[in-house]
Design a protein around this ligand. Sequence first.
Ligand SMILES: [Zn+2]
Length: 337
Amino acid sequence: MHLEGTVLRGREFEPVEGRVVVEDGTITNIEETETDSTDIILPAFVNAHTHLGDSIAKEAGEGLSLDDLVAPPDGLKHRLLRAASTEEKVAAMHRSLRMMERGGTAACLEFREGGVEGVDIIRQALDGRDIEAVVLGRETEAAMEVSDGFGASGARDAEFGELRNATDNAGKLFGIHAGERDSLDINPALDLDPDFLVHMVHPEPLHLERVGDSEIPIVVCPRSNLVTGVGVPPIRELVERTTVALGTDNVMLNSPSMFREMEFTSKLAAVPAAEVLRMATINGADIAGLNYGLVEEGRDAKLLVLDGDTDNLAGAKDVVRAVVRRAGMADVKDVYL
Ligand SMILES: [Zn+2]
């Protein structure tokens, strides 16, 4: 198979007119050549932080505080999850996964509530879909054992040392929320030496220094932070110090669209568009150990093709900026996952 058009090649997303050659699902060559195609070929997205379970509760809870919305065990989200049947949850998650797939998302890093049963629910929801979910179980060690790792709520909620060690011994991923509403849980989260932190809206200079020294990756979810009223993360300061990836967080709060998250991030933070595109692709892939997220030889051919000649994108003078700040679901021509 080969795809022709403007290829956003490699880690810099350098726009190259040409052809991506794919053999047995792997990118084997990027050939520069003239083409009539107006397609734009880029890596499929990696959504680095989702909670898909609350797909059953879109836009619930207007006006509630962060705690009242999502804090375990009795925030609105957790009550709605308990009240919903397994069938409802599977069906709602399946639809979110399908939407993400159609929007060019190859994988998500999912924090999955509900212990072992919760992990089983997303496995059911993934049935028949091409999108991959890197599932981090929550609440129990058993949930970690049957999934790809452990997704901790935050260091203020419990002592996670034992779970962190068990996850490490299993060779799996350990992620933890930190610095979402204030800075108090950042040091204890960093002390756990996690594989990644989520949010980091409120780092103090000391925390930024620790992030820089440890280079622990960070997943930011700026739209979510705005919805819950906690502020916005200092994205540029984080990007200068470590790997930063983008996530859309709870489906309850935000549509799981990487186009929307990229546009918002790009207009919020003083970082180049190519940096934002790395946050939406390779950086999340690197955190999860996935061999895609870039158009380069040897990578899995998980690719997104946009129609560069839609009314929305035609005439763009800077392709990468147009993809990051302007493109949307309606510009998607093909998705190869
Ligand atoms: Zn989260």
